[in-house]
Design a protein. Structure first.
Length: 98
């Protein structure tokens, strides 16, 4: 329950910030401000391309940190997922039934 609530409240911000961080790092790699590594040619037809793990790693770290550390702007009721939020009457009935 708690993880779903964290995902609902912080998921969009985590996706946006992780994507922006990965995009920023890929621009830095593109302009050779960060080192890249040679990609291993598994098959003989593969070319020796250059690759980098900066974008993926940074995007994952920023999105994970945002997801877990960002505080929601409004107070969060833990049973927000279990109780129907469509009307005040159904919300009150759900709280009474808990």
């Amino acid at each position: 329950k708690a993880m779903i609530l964290i995902l609902i409240k912080n998921g969009l911000h985590a996706c946006i910030l992780g994507t922006l961080a990965a995009l920023f790092m890929s621009v830095l790699v593109f302009f050779h401000h960060l080192p890249d590594i040679p990609r291993l040619a598994i098959f003989q037809t593969d070319s020796a391309e250059r690759t980098s793990i900066w974008s993926l790693t940074t995007g994952m770290l920023v999105s994970s940190a945002t997801l877990l550390l960002r505080r929601p702007q409004q107070t969060v009721f833990l049973d927000n997922i279990c109780i129907d939020q469509s009307s005040e009457l159904s919300k009150a009935e759900g709280i009474l039934n808990v």
